[in-house]
Design a protein around this ligand. Sequence first.
Ligand code: NAI
Ligand code: MG
Length: 370
Amino acid sequence: MSNGNAISAPTLKSTYKIASIPGDGIGPEVISAGVEVLTALTKCKKFEGQFELDFTHLDWGTDRYLKTGKYTPEDYLQQLKEYDAILFGSVGSPSVPDHISLWGLRLAICQPLQQYANVRPTRILPGTKSPLANCQPGDLDWVIVRENSEGEYAGQGGRSHIGEEHEVATELSIFTRTGVRRIAQFAFMVAQGRPRKMLTYVTKSNAQRNGMVMWDEVVREVAKDFPDVTLDHMLVDAMTVRMVLNPRSLDTILATNLHADILSDLAAALAGSIGIAPTANLDPSRKNPSMFEPIHGSAFDITGLGVANPVGTLWSCSEMLHWLGESEAAVGLMVAVEKVCEAGIMTKDLGGSAGTKEVTQAVIEELGKL
Ligand code: NAI
Ligand code: MG
């Protein structure tokens, strides 16, 4: 079995075209922080002249849906294919059922654009605290790789006898050998690129005896191509216990769409806050643009208050720069973010008292000192 084409190499450019989709809730607040910081980065002493970022802002979100009945224009996929990357805020509003908004925008982008690898790094940033009593920075440093194109979120199923007492609803999980193999290859490559070269894959192959058993088989087949990676297996329920009680024993984690969705929220909380956690939705073939977004949602409870933590978005911006091939700038951005955290300039979710704008300005100042 070949793994030679699992991740294509980036093509460096002098200007990258970025589609920004702020979306709903706190999305616009954190995305404008991201755009401001990225723009400052391309103009700071260290990186000036290396590359430009050309942003186009797309008003796709619930306001548009309420006016037109659609989250996006008809030709939205064609439009997105013109960009090098997509920066996404959040979708979801109290005025629209969540399954309509999620499928109307976010899943309508990830799935057709074959962004099958959802990558979620998590670590404890300097100056921040894990809710785990004995967990220091360095004790929790994970990358969760989530299958992002099928599985439990394939969208198959239906409802019959709607509203009747005997209503029936099915939600069908779809696991394909190709889909599992490609995400497993990707996860092994991520693990191989990290110092500890450890991969833990998560399924539920005791109770779910079909798709999950095929997952186990395919992951073990792919493992033969990566003899330098240490592989182990966890059932998803036991995995939650291990994440809490023995975070140091984990490094790279591979799981299905649903399982990794849940485990990555847990990971974010264990690292201090959902407000810091980033996501990359990657098409590793690079035939389509990839999409970068904070893990969190619209956060209705804090929308408009100016207290949303921008760090999850800034970290996602750093992941975007890595993916574009601008790794030096990506690292520089995270250095600036970490310095700001270390200095205690943090939003309330991390125990600080700064607002979104103060954190954003502080990161921009740090970029100037690089
Ligand atoms: P949520 O992530 O929006 O909020 C959960 C809790 O975390 C809230 O208390 C919120 O204030 C806090 N929080 C989230 N981000 C924060 C930040 N940057 N700084 C400080 N605190 C932060 O999740 P929830 O409440 O389950 O969902 C709200 C809406 O967002 C729903 O409509 C949901 O469907 C949508 N959603 C969209 C996602 C996406 O577009 N990728 C992902 C998750 C949820
Ligand atoms: Mg989630």
